[in-house]
Design a protein around this ligand. Structure first.
Ligand SMILES: CC1(C)O[C@@H]2[C@@H](CO[C@@]3(CNc4nc5cc6c(=O)[nH]c(N)nc6cc5[nH]4)OC(C)(C)O[C@@H]23)O1
Length: 376
């Protein structure tokens, strides 16, 4: 994988870039639709690719390992062949999902023992086998096996957790660098900065991650319930240390406003379940603000959902129609709202890229942060 920096903003740390992978190029800043278990929920691959121009989607090691399982994925020739998404894929390492999803789990130096949330079966993830698992899934970008430090936590816990993540990272790198991809294209490993909300730990972790000199770097342990101001403070501190010629991926972030603020802090890649999760309960993000489509006020609004963002669903269907589908619990409601919200997130980061190139990102960002947070 190769990353070339494009234009840097003059008033903020925002920048454009291009990530070149064996499955295609990615223009940054970029939002990555979450496709946890081999699907971006309620959305077709063709819609992602042709309609909203998604450039890269996420998968998750924990979920894919449990279902459909490695033997099916390997027989299929990897995840790209299995779900038919032939563009770049990034898989999270499962560390976080083991902590947030799996039943009873035990963290030891060796790794994490956990019970499947599906059938209670017992499993163990170690830095080594999580590398092998992600080799088999076949994502272009894979994440190190880490402990996402819970928030809030004591300083001592945060330090021990960070140091464990660093020891696990060394084992991930040893395993990854001594194994090959299985399907004839290259994969790359991103390490993950931890340190919770403690400045000295964040600095220490960012310096260690930078010293590993990988092709890209991720910022973890955020968007886990801390106040947004704290997320921004830690992100700013870490992007000041991570090398500027490598892509920076802020995991699990976030709202449209979070994403714009963190682009200004020098972040290039984002993922979040919000656009798809909130779509399923009728919360729409639009270029004019946030809409709860269940609200009575939309029942006779026959205007398109959001013509400004130009994709099929957002211009073809009216708010009144989508409200009707939503309160009627029609399956099509989830489909339209999901593809619309993802179209909005992709439109927003695309606009950010245009304004960085045009040299007026700072002013545009401040205006848009207010607008996208307005409740309509
Ligand atoms: C914002 C929103 C809506 O996103 C939801 C829910 C709760 O937060 C989210 C998003 N935040 C998030 N922080 C992360 C940190 C790490 C990390 O440190 N390491 C690794 N390997 N993966 C990570 C994935 C992360 N996702 O985390 C889960 C539990 C995946 O659901 C998401 O609130």
């Amino acid at each position: 994988m190769k990353f070339t920096l494009g234009k840097k903003d003059t008033q903020t740390k925002a920048r454009t870039g291009t990530l070149i992978t064996d499955h295609g190029d990615i223009q940054t800043p970029i939002f990555m639709p979450v496709g946890t278990a081999a699907t971006v929920k309620a959305v077709h691959q063709r819609e992602l690719k042709d309609d909203i121009k998604a450039q890269i989607i996420l998968g998750n090691t924990y979920h894919l390992y449990l279902r459909p399982g490695l033997d099916i994925l390997e027989k299929a020739g990897g995840l790209h062949k299995f779900n038919g998404w032939d563009r770049p894929i990034l898989t999270d390492s499962g560390g976080y999902q083991v902590f947030s999803l799996a039943g009873t789990r035990k963290i030891k130096e060796e790794g994490v023992m956990f019970k499947s949330h599906i059938d209670g079966s017992k499993h163990e993830f170690t830095p080594e086998n999580v590398m092998d698992i992600q080799r088999t899934i076949g994502a272009d970008i894979i994440m190190a096996f880490d402990e996402c430090t819970p928030y809030p936590c004591e300083y001592g816990y945060a330090r021990n957790s960070m140091e464990l993540t660093h020891r696990w990272l060394k084992r991930c790198i040893n395993r990854f660098d001594t194994t090959e991809g299985k399907y004839g294209y290259s994969q790359t490993l991103f390490p993950i900065v931890q340190g919770s909300v403690y400045k000295d730990l964040r600095k220490q972790s960012a310096e260690f991650i930078a010293s590993c000199d990988r092709e890209g770097n991720a910022i973890g342990g955020l968007s886990v319930g801390e106040p947004a101001e704290m997320m921004y403070e830690m992100t700013e501190l870490v992007t000041d240390i991570l090398p500027s010629d490598k892509p920076r991926y802020l995991m699990g972030v976030g709202t449209p406003a979070n994403i714009l603020e963190c682009i200004a802090l020098g972040v290039d890649m984002f993922d979040c379940v919000m656009p798809t999760r909130n779509a399923r309960n009728g919360m729409l993000f639009t270029s004019e603000g946030i809409i709860n489509i269940r609200n009575e006020k939309w029942k006779d609004d026959f205007n398109p959902i959001d013509p400004a963002i130009g994709n099929y669903a957002s211009t073809f269907y009216s708010k009144a129609y989508l409200r009707h589908l939503t309160i009627s619990k029609e399956i099509l409601a989830a489909q339209i709202a999901s593809i619309h919200n993802l179209a909005f997130y992709l439109w927003l980061v695309g606009q950010a890229r245009e304004h960085i190139l045009a040299g007026d990102f700072g002013v545009w960002k401040d205006h848009m942060v207010k607008k996208v947070s307005t409740r309509l």
